[in-house]
Design a protein around this ligand. Structure first.
Ligand SMILES: NC(=O)c1ccc[n+]([C@@H]2O[C@H](COP(=O)([O-])OP(=O)(O)OC[C@H]3O[C@@H](n4cnc5c(N)ncnc54)[C@H](O)[C@@H]3O)[C@@H](O)[C@H]2O)c1
Length: 322
């Protein structure tokens, strides 16, 4: 039975815990994992979260999770700046790793992690969850078969409003140690979609904007914001396709928008993650009198749905296959 460790029990730690707890329900053919040990910043919080999340024990020192001989795989869901040190320790201890995005705040940190993963021979997975949406997988398959011909432009935008309130408190995503801000902490999601749909980015030109110079801190007063909530990128992909990537973590009204527009020589495809169970397809192959965007709803014949999911409205996230 696989023993699971978890480091960090905030927003994403809870998501990972829900996923580990759901393995037996979603994959009846797989041995149910044993939730062994979780780590937090102090013992009290760790023990409380262990009880809530169903883990056997909790420690206020993350190294106790890494050194636990009953742990085989570790979910790493701490703030970005801790990923390199913790991930490398997990891999060097001979455990498999599921590390949240972004991989690391610096290229050197990411390279060191990749090297440790290679040396360890263990599975090392990053949390690019949006690429698992069957709608995205199917758009990829349609592009592969060139249903819209040769692509000439991809336009991708990601907007959320979790930093839109100027009175919201300063937290770790405003510290330079966590990375540039929207460009890496946030845009890694649309970039992961670009990677699976088209391949790698070859050239970029970028502008980054800080909408609020400082923010309130819990102890009173204000602290200068060190990261950028808005980034605008012009890019060329290695396959010759041109593109734009626009991201904003301070976009009031947007709750989880990733809007993709792909234009080709024989049609176009539109997708918006705020309506994640559907996408639009326009084909010049249709008779001119009936040409127009058709809406395609995700259904069981779109991969990777598993047979137990009969309707997209029931949620694909809990039903994606390995
Ligand atoms: N895949 C996604 O869609 C997605 C979404 C949100 C966040 N994330 C990523 O997940 C990671 C965590 O983000 P979050 O929003 O859950 O943050 P969070 O602030 O809600 O949670 C982080 C947790 O880590 C704990 N922590 C901090 N330092 C620690 C240490 N030294 N040892 C043990 N625990 C420690 C904190 O106490 C906190 O509980 C980040 O890398 C973030 O970029 C991914």
């Amino acid at each position: 039975m696989v023993g699971v460790g978890l480091i960090g029990t905030g927003f994403m730690g809870k998501c990972h815990a829900i996923a580990w707890n759901a393995v037996g329900t979603v994959f009846p053919d797989v041995d149910k994992p044993r939730l062994v040990h979780l780590g937090e910043v102090n013992d009290d919080l760790a023990r409380r979260k262990a009880g809530e999340f169903g883990f056997a024990r909790g420690s206020g020192d993350w190294r106790a999770v890494v050194n636990d001989t009953e742990v085989d795989v570790v979910s790493l869901t701490t703030p970005n700046q801790f990923h390199p040190e913790m991930a490398i320790a997990i891999l060097e201890a001979g455990k498999h790793l599921w590390c949240e995005k972004p991989m690391a705040p610096s290229f050197a940190g990411a390279e060191a992690m990749a090297e440790a993963a290679k040396k360890s021979g263990k599975a090392a997975v990053l949390g690019y969850n949006y690429i698992q949406n069957p709608a995205i997988r199917h758009i990829g398959a349609l592009l592969e078969e060139k249903i819209i011909g040769d692509v000439n432009l991809v336009r991708i935008e990601m907007d959320e409003d979790f930093m839109a309130d100027p009175e919201a408190r300063f937290f770790w995503k405003h510290e330079a140690a966590s990375g540039y801000g929207a460009l890496d902490d946030f845009a890694v999601h649309p970039l992961s979609l670009i990677k699976v749909l088209f391949g790698r980015v070859a050239r970029v030109m970028c502008d980054m904007v800080k909408p609020y110079a400082d923010r309130k801190v819990a102890s009173g007063g204000r602290r200068a914001v060190e990261t950028y909530d808005i980034a605008s990128v012009l890019m060329h992909l290695e396959n010759g396709v041109a593109g734009t990537l626009l991201v904003n973590r301070s976009a009031w009204g947007r709750k989880g928008r990733i809007a993709i527009q792909i234009f080709g020589s024989k049609g176009s495809i539109l997708y918006d993650q705020e309506r994640m169970n559907e996408f639009q397809l326009y084909l010049t192959a249709d008779r001119p009198t009936e040409q127009g965007y058709r809406t395609i709803l995700v259904a069981p014949h779109h991969k990777p749905m598993i047979p137990s999911c009969r309707r997209p409205a029931m949620g694909w996230a809990s039903t994606t296959s390995r």
